[in-house]
Design a protein around this ligand. Structure first.
Ligand code: FRU
Length: 498
């Protein structure tokens, strides 16, 4: 089938079927595909004054299948406009899928570099390919594809696992950071270099992983921020470290310095990027004002997907856009300013005292609720915030002062989700110290997701699927928690995307 036929088939299918998607758990302000399955964000770029986000996409079912690149654009990362599918698997070198990759602008054109997956005689090939567009919407795959193949990889990694190019420029050269694994199953980031985006040669092993860092790395990102170099990878089966890395797939930030003499990244610190149940494969973009913004897939591999089980014809969405900074040698995330432009605060209070008597803060935790708390723990051991209370069941967020542990839990709440983890996993925690005995928490709900931001720095992201409409929000402390400030609001998109 020619390229145009496969793309046309996908776009026709979407147009014909998108109204049959069941809306129950659809988000209001997070990016989703119109129908079908999505995973990783791809090709995140600020192009001609708009953000473009592509994503791993299988339109025909709510399960992973031969990957396409879905496409949406936005002026503020909140109001999204769906665009036609950008890439479909239609060539010998990508007929099993157009896997993850990035975008770059050159002379006004938009280039997408992605991994073409194919197989021959039972052997899988993951090779790097390029497509180009004059208008940012219609893409043509280059006749030179694949532009990085098995001969370029040589003995540096495994052609079965060689994927997810991240493109960037440095001193008159283009670089592609690519993940692979070595003979002992350790992850590895390789750098390839090019002058023209078409002829590539191996440059260096940017970072070699070890046994404590997972069996394969996926989806690298690399950028400069606040005087540091940051390398992100998404490791598979990374061993647990304290509260970190409970999920089967995790996202890891290395903070350090890139040594351009030898092409090696010198890591000084590393940590998990999000402490929730549903966060993977983040990508970042720098916009014209210099902000570095991150978005990730808000689901997890190896778990059941209720919207699929229930026949809702869609699965997966992206996180909120988060603005990054380096704080204390770590990657800090806070909601991007665009999020607040759509926030309506309805009520706010000060100096509430919370004790062991559970007190109801609000009766209706709506689909788009926002809560902010600044809590003084000087006389409290812990605080539990129950969300979407339904009799004895609810989601909850809990802070335990002595352990410095913040937990987000969906245990026994809503439609069951099971996974490949050894023990069923329904809560996750992060270690987060207080500042002047205080914790700042922001909680964003969008129908089936909760994103918790702690101290403008750390995050916990989790999806859930209510079976009956939950109601209010309550607070309960051990000891006496003083709420210096509480804000209750909603995210209401201010206008139609245009
Ligand atoms: C990560 C990943 C990538 C791959 C893509 C396939 O979630 O496994 O490594 O390119 O998904 O959809």
């Amino acid at each position: 089938m020619s390229k145009n036929k496969e793309l046309a088939r996908a776009n026709y299918f979407i147009a014909e079927n998108k109204t049959s998607v069941v809306m129950t758990y659809r988000a209001h302000y997070h990016l989703m595909a119109p129908i079908g399955w999505i995973n990783d964000p791809n090709g995140f770029i600020f192009y001609k004054n708009e953000y473009h986000l592509f994503y791993q996409f299988y339109p025909y079912a709510s399960q992973w299948g031969p990957m396409h690149w879905g496409h949406a654009k936005s002026k503020d990362l909140m109001h999204w406009i769906d665009l036609p599918v950008a890439l479909a698997p239609d060539q010998a070198y990508d007929k099993e899928g157009c896997f993850s990759g990035t975008a770059i602008e050159k002379n006004g054109r938009l280039y997408l570099m992605y991994t073409g997956v194919s197989s021959q005689n039972g052997r899988t090939y993951q090779q790097q390919c390029m497509a180009v567009s004059e208008d940012g919407i219609n893409f043509t795959k280059l006749s030179q594809n694949p532009i990085i193949d098995e001969s370029d990889l040589a003995d540096k990694g495994s052609i079965q696992d060689f994927r997810d190019p991240k493109l960037f420029e440095h001193e008159d050269n283009y670089y592609a950071a690519l993940v692979t694994k070595d003979a002992t199953d350790c992850g590895k980031v390789l750098l390839f270099r090019s002058q023209d985006l078409i002829d590539w040669s191996f440059y260096s092993v940017m970072l070699q992983g070890n046994k404590d860092q997972g069996v394969m790395w996926e989806c690298p990102d690399f950028f400069q921020l606040d005087g540091k170099d940051v390398l992100i990878v998404s490791p598979v089966n990374i061993p647990k470290r304290g509260h970190e890395f409970d999920n089967t797939s995790s996202s890891l930030a290395f903070i350090g310095t890139m040594d351009w003499q030898n092409g090696c990244f010198q890591a000084e610190n590393d940590h998990e990027i999000d402490g929730g149940l549903d966060f993977y494969a983040p990508q970042t973009v720098q916009d014209s004002s210099g902000r570095r913004i991150l978005m990730a897939w808000m689901q997890m591999w190896g778990r059941t997907m209720p919207t699929h089980d229930l026949g809702h014809k869609w699965a997966g969405s992206m996180t909120l856009p988060r603005e990054l900074a380096i704080v204390d040698h770590s990657l800090a995330q806070k909601p991007a300013s665009f999020v607040y432009e759509n926030l309506r605060i309805a009520r706010q209070g000060q100096n509430l005292i919370i004790t062991e008597d559970e007190s109801l803060l609000m009766e209706n935790f709506s689909d788009v609720s926002y809560l902010q708390f600044i809590v003084d723990f000087s006389e409290a051991e812990s605080l539990t915030i129950r969300l979407a209370i339904n009799g004895s069941s609810s989601l909850y967020v809990k802070y335990q002062k002595e352990e410095k542990v913040l937990t987000l839990d969906r245990n026994k709440f809503g439609y069951p989700i099971t996974g490949l983890e050894k023990k069923p996993l329904s809560q996750r925690s992060i270690v987060t110290p207080l500042k002047d005995d205080r914790l700042k928490l922001e909680i964003f709900r969008d129908t089936n997701s909760v994103e918790v931001f702690a101290n403008d720095r750390q995050t916990l992201t989790t999806t859930f699927y209510e079976t009956e409409k939950g109601h209010g929000v309550s607070l309960q402390a051990v000891g006496k928690a003083k709420i210096d400030l509480v804000k209750i609001g909603r995210i209401i998109l201010s206008k139609k995307a245009n």
